[in-house]
Design a binder for this molecule. Structure first.
Ligand SMILES: NC(=O)c1ccc[n+]([C@@H]2O[C@H](COP(=O)([O-])OP(=O)(O)OC[C@H]3O[C@@H](n4cnc5c(N)ncnc54)[C@H](OP(=O)(O)O)[C@@H]3O)[C@@H](O)[C@H]2O)c1
Length: 270
């Protein structure tokens, strides 16, 4: 492991790699010199490298040799083959960080020839703007220095939430698929705003600001959701009327059902 800022080698240059590179470059434009990318043959790595001023290596082997942290960004089905190809180049002084859904640290450790520090993340698309949510778990052979190095790098992408690996399917459903669920909800509120007479632009502006303000209030004041609702819901008032109609419509139950279905699906794919 290098004493200076670590170099990162991304195996794979698809959607998630692109999102993470955007997040890292936003956090620190100087990071370009420490990022290397490869792909299978699509040319996406070269395009990503050109867009952000990164290095694109022609082979996975060259990338692994140069990287302090090897970031596995290939599809879960490709993980074993890609990691096996380079496993003789992985030393205990390099860290492996995988974002592959459903692939455990134990599986990654079994594929590798050596007892290298292995870390698993489940990021969401918010990483591309440095506001991601990343469930995180460490494997068996980690040490404090490797863990600090990896956490420092991934914390630049958003909030890193340590979790037992058995809970990763739940995190995949809640925060991994969460942006899709919230996209649906924001869209529904935009539609509701339009029905109420607002323009789409104004409805979106009002509601997105309400979402981020509510999240900030819940977080900074450590308020419970029920206390927040009571603060806003005066007897016989507008919020009371709205909440009663939403609860009759089964909003809460359908959200719980949706997240449960996503979690079951994550388990089937893993
Ligand atoms: N997308 C998400 O929102 C999301 C969220 C959480 C986790 N993840 C995880 O992120 C990982 C990548 O997902 P994705 O959506 O980014 O997939 P993707 O867009 O299909 O990208 C996969 C990348 O892997 C590359 N690849 C495949 N075989 C390779 C090899 N032998 N050597 C080097 N590169 C190789 C592909 O190369 P080519 O470009 O040449 O085909 C491609 O660039 C998955 O494991 C997924 O579970 C994704």
């Amino acid at each position: 492991m290098s004493a200076t800022a670590p170099s990162l080698g991304l195996l794979g240059a698809g959607n998630m790699a692109t999102a993470m590179v955007s997040g890292w470059m936003k956090a620190d434009p100087g990071m370009g010199g420490r990022l290397l990318v490869t792909d299978r043959k699509s040319g996406r790595a070269a395009a990503l490298a050109e867009r952000h001023g990164l290095r694109h290596t022609p082979s996975n082997a060259e990338l692994v040799e140069a990287a302090d942290i090897v970031v596995l960004c290939v599809k879960p089905v490709d993980v074993e083959r890609v990691l096996r190809e380079v496993s003789d180049l992985v030393t205990p002084r390099k860290a492996i960080a995988s974002v592959a859904a459903g692939v455990s640290t134990a599986t990654l450790e079994t594929i590798l020839d050596v007892d290298a520090p292995v870390f698993r993340f489940m990021p969401n698309v918010g990483v591309s703007v440095g506001a991601g949510t990343l469930a995180y778990s460490a494997g068996r052979f980690t040490d404090t220095a490797a863990e600090q190095m990896v956490l420092e790098v991934f914390s630049a992408l958003g909030e890193v939430v340590p979790l037992e690996e058995r809970l990763f399917d739940a995190a995949t459903a809640l925060s991994g698929s969460g942006p899709a669920f919230l996209g649906l909800i924001v869209e529904a509120f935009e539609d509701a705003g339009i029905v109420a007479g607002l323009t789409h632009v104004d409805a979106r502006r009002l509601f997105l600001s309400t979402v981020s303000g509510t999240a900030a209030l819940l977080r900074e004041d450590d308020l419970s959701c029920s206390d927040l609702r009571r603060m806003v819901t005066s007897p016989g008032g507008t919020a009371a009327a709205g909440l009663a109609a939403m609860e009759r419509g089964g909003v809460r139950g359908s959200i719980i059902d949706g997240v449960s279905a996503a979690m079951r699906r994550a388990g089937e794919l893993g």
